[in-house]
Design a protein around this ligand. Sequence first.
Ligand SMILES: *[C@@H]1O[C@H](CO)[C@@H](O)[C@H](O)[C@H]1NC(C)=O
Ligand SMILES: *[C@@H]1O[C@H](CO)[C@@H](O)[C@H](O)[C@H]1NC(C)=O
Ligand SMILES: *[C@@H]1O[C@H](CO)[C@@H](O)[C@H](O)[C@H]1NC(C)=O
Ligand SMILES: *[C@@H]1O[C@H](CO)[C@@H](O)[C@H](O)[C@H]1NC(C)=O
Length: 271
Amino acid sequence: MDFKVSSLLFIAILCLISSTSTAFNITKILAQYPEFVSFNDLLTQSGLAKEMSSRETITVLALDNSSIGGLSGRPLDIAKRILSAHVILDYYDQIKLSKLKKASTIVTTLYQASGAADDRQGFLNISRTAEGIKFGSAVKGAPLVASLVKPVYAQPYNISVLQVSEPIEAPGIENMAPPPPPAAVPKKAPAPTAKSPSKAPAPSKVEPSTPTESPTEGPVAADGPVADVPTASPLADAPMADETTAEAASSQMHAGGAVVVIGLLACMMGF
Ligand SMILES: *[C@@H]1O[C@H](CO)[C@@H](O)[C@H](O)[C@H]1NC(C)=O
Ligand SMILES: *[C@@H]1O[C@H](CO)[C@@H](O)[C@H](O)[C@H]1NC(C)=O
Ligand SMILES: *[C@@H]1O[C@H](CO)[C@@H](O)[C@H](O)[C@H]1NC(C)=O
Ligand SMILES: *[C@@H]1O[C@H](CO)[C@@H](O)[C@H](O)[C@H]1NC(C)=O
């Protein structure tokens, strides 16, 4: 009895930990601003909102209802490519932008992390100009089409939302072959193998790269396994020490084990 209750508690805590490992929910953040309703809808429909939630550090260049018009008429997969190039994999708020030393800075976007980008389509050029901060595709010759309108939301140093004046469309982004099938998306794949001990070395090899250039697959994938691995042992050991005979203990262990498995499954599916 007690054992089951404590197992359930333990699972509840685990679930809580794994769900709070999401740094932010862009859908909820944007829901506070009616002018970004269409932009927010597109992020949800295209699945980008979900992809963003597995990131720890992003800057979203948001388009309000009046400037997103052209994008919402496009096929969803193309709108997704274009919008994913509005998600910078680094933190830039207005303060940081105003302190940029160089006249222009190249930043990496979520489109680059998708692996579908060609040339410099997955990068943006942020430039200081006489008219203020401007954004454009980093592809050679692409214009700085969008101006910074205003900062919308900031949660340093995990997420910043900046409103920009126009969609930024990398030349040729709409002509590309369809993005690779879902199997090529690396983020969620490691979850089912969480219990395999061979996962351990993975996170360490990401350290030396610079934060801007490396898509953060490594650390992201590591979240699940780290949380999951220790579950079995503490559960099995802790509550059994003094109270019962061997048979009772083993049957409780079975019940407890089943509860753990069901709980973890539920947890993963909800996740
Ligand atoms: C915020 O980002 C940092 C890395 O930039 C990360 O270590 C931290 O866990 C993130 N915070 C949350 C709540 O995820
Ligand atoms: C973010 O919040 C929305 C609405 O509040 C919810 O439907 C969605 O599942 C949440 N996404 C994540 C990844 O938690
Ligand atoms: C933006 O458009 C959506 C639907 O297209 C609408 O519900 C919302 O009220 C609009 N917001 C503003 C500020 O115009
Ligand atoms: C960014 O764009 C501006 C204007 O097109 C260009 O002059 C500058 O060289 C670009 N910066 C980089 C690093 O490519």
